[in-house]
Structure formats: C-alpha cells, structure tokens
Design a protein. Sequence first.
Length: 778
Amino acid sequence: MTNSKYVVLLERGNHSEEKLLNDYIDGEGIMNGEIDLRTSNDVFDHLEEKSYQVEKTGASISTACSVSLLHRYCYNLPKDMFFNPSPAFIYIDDTEGIICRVILPPNAAFRQVDGQPCQSNDEAKRDACLEALVKLYELGALTDFLLPGSGSRKNKASTTNGSASNSHDDESLREELHEMLIPTILKPSTCKLDCPLNLHFYYIQFFPIPADRHYRIFGLFVINPLPMEAEKLEVDLHLARGRIVKAGMKHLGTISFDEEQMMLARNFQEMFLKVLLDRSEFTVSHVMLLGNSETLQFNSTFYLLLPIKQELYGDIFMIDWPTVKRCLSSPVFKDPTGVSAHGSYLPDESLRLLDNMYSKTDVVGSLIFAPHIKTFFVIHVILNELNARSEYDGATYEDHYKERFGIKLSHPEQPLLHAKQLFNLHNLLHDRLRETTEGGRELMEHFVELPPELCSLKIIGFSKDMCSSLSLLPSLMCRLENLLVAIELKDVMLSSFSEASQISASGILEALTTERCLERISLERFEVLGDAFLKYVVGRHNFLTYEGLDEGQLTSRRSAIVNNSHLYELSIKRNLQVYIRDQHFEPTQFIALGRPCKVVCSADTEVNIHTDSRENCNLRCTKSHHWLHRKTIADAVESLVGAFLVEGGFKAAFAFLHWVGIDVDFKDSSLYRVLDASSINLSLTNHTDVDELEELIGYNFKHKGLILEAFVHPSFNKHSGGCYQKLEFLGDAVLEYLITSYLYSAYPDLKPGQITDLKSLAVSNNSLAYVAVQKGSW
C-alpha cells in the first residue's frame, strides 16, 4: 500500500540482497501504477461459490479455500520418514461436465469422495474438496470450527469427554487440604451416655506368633452393631524383631451398662489412654479423670475398650468390673489430703515404697514410676530371694545404686521387684518383618530388678498382660476405623449399582490406602492394573465410536479421559477424597473417648492451623483434615478400577466406570460397523496369502479384512481400504493390558514398579520386532 512504510536491514556489502530489494521496490511501483491506471471497470459479481456452515458455531467453509484446508487436514495426519500424507485428485469426464475424485491417504477418516460435475478442473477440484471436508466434519475428524482436531459435535456430546489438554498434569503434585471421613457407625449418637445403655459386645482375640506371650483379653463395646465384614476383621500386628500378633473379633451379643458402670468404663478408658499416650501426667502425685464431664465432639468416635473375663464353666464372657474398679481405686486418683501416709499392713505382707507403705498384693501387677531414672514399669513378681545386698555385677545392688545414682538405700533388706519397662506405643500396622535382626525373634522378655523404696506406685492392678494387650488396641482400632470407611464407600456404590456387592470391603480398603501409610496393603498394584485396563477400555471405546479420528486424535482423546486432571475431577465429584487413607498411623495422634482432640478446627481457624503441608502433615484436628496430592486423588480411581476388575471381573469394573463418570461399554454396537467395514480390504488378497498368515498366527479370522489391514503401511495406496495405524493404537492398549494382567496374576509378590518395568520391556519395539522376526511375520 502507498501509505505503508518499511524498514529493511541489509548486510553491508551484500550486493545480491541490494539487487533483490531494488527489484521489490520496482515491482511495488509497477503494481501501484497498474492500480492507478486501470482501464476496465468490469465487476465479476456472478461467480458461483458453494459453502457449508456449522449452525452451532457459525463457522463456514467455501470452495474458495477448500483445497488448502483439505491439504492442512492431510498434513496433520500421522506420518513417518517413509510416508508424507497428502490428497490425490483424479478427473473424470462426464456428460454433464468434469468430476473430480479426491483420494485421501490410507490413514484418513475415509478413502475417497467424488464432487459434482463442473465446467473446469479447478472448479471440480474445489467442489470435491468441499465435499470431502463436509464428510470429514460429519465423521468427527473436524471440529465445530471446521478445523482439524478431535473436538467435533459427536465428541462433545459424549459422556466420556474430558479435558482435551494435559496442561493441568503439572498440577497433580499440588497438595490440597481435605477432610478425612470418620466412620459414621462409631460416631456418638443422640442418646445420652450418662444413662443406662445397651452396647454391642465384641470379644477381641489375640493369637501371638510365637505363642510365648500372654495377653489380657479385652472387649469392644459400641452403640451400633458392626457390619458383617467388619466382624470378620483379621489383622496382623507387627511387633519388634519379627514377632506377630494376629487379631480378630467375635460378636457376643449386647450388654447393658447402668449409669455407674458407664462412668467406670469411661474413666478406665481415659486412664489407660493417659498411660499409653500422656504418661507424663502420672509423674505427679494426683491425676484427675474427667469421666462424664468430658464433652463428646461431633467428629469424634464413641466406643469402649474394657478388660473381660471368662466364666469358669462355659463360653460366657463378661466385663471384669473388679479389675476396672481396682485400677480406678489407686491412690493416684484419690484426693491427696484424704490418703493415709501409712498403711496398716503386717511386715511380711507389705513393702515400703517411695510414697507409702503398700500391700504386696497391690504391688504385684501394678504400674510404678521410678523418679531416679524417670521411667515407668509394671511389676511382674516380687523376688523374695533377692534384696539390695544381693550380688550384682561383682558388687551388690546397694553399691550399684550408691555409685551410679548417688542413692543410699534406707531399706536394703526389702526384696527386689521384678519389673518390665512400660512400652512406647508404636504403629503395629507397619510391616516390620524386614527389620528382623540376624538374631531372629526375641523370645525372652526383658526385666530389671528395682528396690521398692525407689518406686512410686501409680495404678494398682495394671498388670504386664494388660499392658501387652493395650499396646495392640490403638493399631487394631485404626485398622477397624479404616475398614468401616471402606464399607461405607461400598454401601454408597451399592446403592447405585448392584455389581458393587462382588467386591470385598478389604479390597476397597487396599485400593484407598497409599504407600505413605507404611502398611502391608497399598493401592499401587491395583493402580498399575487399573491404569492399563482403563487405557484399554477407553481406547477400545474411542476406536469403535469415532471412525473419523486418526491414530493421533484417538490417542489425544484417550489421554484427555485417562489423564490425572480428569480423573481427579471425577474423583472429587464422587467425593472419593474423604475415603482415601494417605497418612501412616501416628499413635501420638490417636483420638478416642477419653482422649479428645485438642486442635479445634473451624472455618475461621483452618487457615492458621494447617499452614504448611510438610510441617503439619500428621497434625490431627477435629475435622480430621489431611493434605492430599491431586495425583493421589486421581490414583484412587485407577486403583478402584483394578480392585473391581480383580474381585468382580469385567462387568463389575465397567459398572464402576459408569458410576464414576466414564461411560464406556464392552458390548458396543459399533463393533459390527467396524467388522463390516473391514471387508473393503479384501481386495488385498491378491497381494497377501491370508491362509498362510492365519496358519502362522494360529488363528482363523472370521473377518479377514482385519488381518489384511493389520499389514498395510500407510504409504501403500494401491487399494481403497485403510492401514494398520488405528489397529496399532488398539493393539498397543490390548497388549499393555494383557501383559500387565498376566504379571499381576502370575507374580503376586512383584512390586508395582517391577510390573511396570517388565511390561515396558515386553511391549517395547525391540521385543515385538524380535517376536515378529522369530515368527516370520515380517
């Protein structure tokens, strides 16, 4: 244009560039002169130009640009070093004019189309290209804006549509704060807990391996009956040095609690939880129990754990109220002003302890505190044959305490106490078998001898066997709570599809438990299997449904459905994040009746409490918040797919996919269309011996056009059928799923990473090429 101005930079001394610029300037002058001095005023307003418009978007295409757009479509088709897709044109003389036949590459949505008769080759070409573009749009190969892509109206109407971009995958590692579901069945009911109640009674069974330890039997008492699958709970609790205790439960009916018994039960549970987790409170002379004054939190749990005993005759179990009352009658729970400083005991029946004189029967099986070493012990027996003057390490116990602690014993003649140090609570759900030392399992318990006068008695009747049982209960209850959450999810799914009955609650729990929980169960194996199955069924669905999409478009569309961002969105819609278990059990964060949560979380305080996921990852609040990666939430969908596949088969897995929002079906009616369409490849029988191929493969094809198409490279265009690219897309997904399924089933001890590595090795191009050469199918 005459008003346009340009700045052109030239290389100094480059005469060829100077000449080229001068030619441009001269040419511009000639064109401007032609425009200014035009001699004809004819207007061509009778040009016939056909067009096509998409009503939904208003996008249109005309014969004026149809040729270039069709070339653009072909350019976007999959290509390699041996094949560059482009359309071909054949002109046919007809009585009504010239007809152009467009022949598209073998990997296009269709192979050929004829235009309308026209007066010239160029006009016929443009018309045929427009016809081809309209058909491509109808098959889904063009978007609603008439551009190459996979976003046609058929795609957008599909329920399997997800985000077409994987750009959000980078956000999958971002952590978000989510609430963790507390089992509804364990939450406090509206009934008052300080009045008579009928509670369901479950006998907790312990089976130690090896069977050289004794455990006090306990019972679990809950308001509502546990589901049948929870009653069948069996869990291995892993102790130090490879020791295991197998735990289970048995329903023994209901038992009635009056108001006094309810108070005793709550006080007893508060007492042992303090001993387990807040024992520093027992270093003082008096401990206050809240009992019935404790306010139950809405998101807390209500259950009671109490010692039980068996009748001398028969299989009748009952609460050991004498033991409960004996523990709660300990001096540490009484008003110090009302406790006598000296007990009235016979000399042979009593011992002088640090804080008072006590009966020997009270000392045996009690919890004591040794201030000189700031440690708690349980007294097993009294060693009447030993006292402080007995030999110890080349000297005497009396000398030992004077030399090491600077303590002169006032009553060295008293018998020593055979004591076992009070345990520190551990996560017993963690698999500690691999931590076994070379010495094997420790069969002998470790005891020490203590002078009575250095010990302060805390709880009477708190025996060694009771301590052993109490060390197991928090881990057992953690597993029970997690299983109850899995049962709740199963019930939610069962209300929507009956196939959910085919999967066990334990299978669902495994599919919801991440590796970070440090347990023997983990979702990772299910996830690997579910991922391969999901890619297969979605790929198969797309292959059958969208005939207009090429291999690259099918791959993009499948990725849009199975990527982490889309699976995350589906998981959130179904509220799966509240069921996921992504933190290892931290005993110090154990919350139960008698030990309420101290971190009160609300909408106003949430931001201040959970400020950083790394610093507060194990912080337990009243809303049970925890940090979850977006990918973890997405992984739950894949792992649940794997769980349904293993326990319920294809039908159950498809039912779950429908429920979560991925609408695919194995019995797809489009299959028959694909099978019928394969007959177009039968023209290749002149080039390929099908019988020899079938004998080589070991399978006779009913639709022989499929096996022929599988051996056609897209560069071969001497037939009217397709090429192997779309079958390769489907076969890749089938092969990946079959190999993964085989490795999962045949090698149950393989880790997920090993399954992935072996699968990748098996389906690599080199491996498949080797198999093809060995079979002679190349």
